[in-house]
Design a protein around this ligand. Structure first.
Ligand SMILES: Nc1nc2c(c(=O)[nH]1)N[C@H]1C(S)=C(S)[C@@H](COP(=O)(O)O)O[C@H]1N2
Ligand SMILES: [Mo]
Length: 325
């Protein structure tokens, strides 16, 4: 990542009050108005979505908390999760996505699922919202840069979608491809990364129940800066594996070349599991600073193996995770 470093070797703080208070207050009152009618998808979402979008707001999504997959950590503030973002299609500063992503057009949207599958599919947003019951899952998010947050996402296990397309025996990996449209995304065309942004997982990682096909956060559809209308969230891996604003999911035979791996292969491996024992060549990964906690520059928290999601260890039995970083 392109980190602006201070002399202590820690990335610089973000301007804390990016979103004007009035925007948050109007959002609150809108949510009260909507409290009676949580939306589970369909035409209603479409119309509410347009109304909400016209106001720069996100409609509610009905989802049931899945406690088995939810962290007990204190949730990050909505304001932090939506104003301190990495989404290089909209610029490389943490505040750029919140400022620039309004030009992203999320309706209509469709995701094509293709490659080594018996039943290729193209799904629009309504179909994605209806594919499986929506769950709320509170996940830790650990960025490779050394900061973390705790975010209540809304979605369902990607495995729900995978079983519908029936991967062939040749499918070994899954690629996630982000929209790359210069007209909507001012950062596309810059030379920091190759576009489109591509991420990937091994098929068994993609099928792990923790891997979340994500359509919302904080009980609402995703804000654009967080990867609207659909993204992946892989909580035991560094944040950059969680590709945003996905238009294509491709099942492939070979390990995909991913955006950050192409940009700096010695720094960002394919696996990118959170691992306090494998330092980034330019900084330690042993600890992290939780956004919103006291002491902005202080990495007070020890980083946990697999970001604390120890269940996934069985995916890597017998692998040298220092080599396959
Ligand atoms: N398409 C795309 N997806 C992306 C990124 C990006 O630049 N482009 N940044 C990644 C990184 S580095 C992180 S930490 C997470 C941040 O997600 P959030 O802004 O919702 O917290 O998104 C990931 N997904
Ligand atoms: Mo990140």
């Amino acid at each position: 990542m392109l980190i602006k470093r201070n002399p202590n070797g820690i990335d610089l703080p973000f301007p804390s009050e990016i979103t004007p208070r009035a925007v948050f207050e109007s959002r609150r009152s809108f949510m009260r108005q909507m409290a009676l009618g949580a939306v589970a998808g369909g035409a209603l979402l479409e119309s509410l979505g347009q109304e909400a979008q016209a106001q720069g707001l996100n409609p509610k999504l009905a989802a049931k908390l899945n406690p088995a997959y939810s962290a007990l950590d204190k949730q990050s503030a909505y304001k932090d999760a939506t104003s301190y973002n990495n989404f290089y299609e909209f610029g490389t500063d943490k505040s750029d996505p919140a400022q620039n992503a309004h030009t992203l057009k999320t309706q209509p949207w469709s995701v094509s699922i293709e490659g080594e599958v018996k039943k290729p599919l193209t799904l629009d947003l309504d179909a994605l919202l209806k594919l499986a019951p929506l769950e709320e899952r509170v996940y830790r998010l650990r960025c490779v840069e050394g900061w973390s947050m705790v975010i209540p996402w809304v979605g369902y296990s990607l495995s729900e979608l995978i079983k519908r397309v029936e991967p062939t025996g040749n499918a070994k990996y899954v690629e996630f491809i982000t929209l790359a449209d210069k007209k909507q995304m001012p950062g596309v065309g810059s030379r920091v990364l190759q576009w489109p942004y591509v991420e990937g997982l091994r098929l068994d990682e993609a099928n792990h129940p923790l891997t979340l096909l994500t359509l919302g956060m904080y009980g609402e559809t995703l804000p654009k800066q967080n990867g609207a209308p659909v993204r992946i969230v892989v909580p035991w891996k560094y944040g950059f594996k969680s590709a945003k604003s996905i238009v294509k999911i491709r099942f492939v035979r070979e390990m995909p070349r991913t955006a950050w791996n192409l940009a700096a292969p010695s720094e960002y491996g394919f696996y990118s599991n959170v691992n306090p024992e494998v330092d980034h060549p330019r900084w330690s990964q042993a600890s992290e600073r939780r956004i919103g906690e006291d002491g902005f520059f202080v990495r007070k928290r020890k980083t946990l193996m697999f970001n604390g999601y120890s269940d996934v260890a069985s995916l890597y039995t017998g692998m040298d995770l220092k080599k396959y970083f």
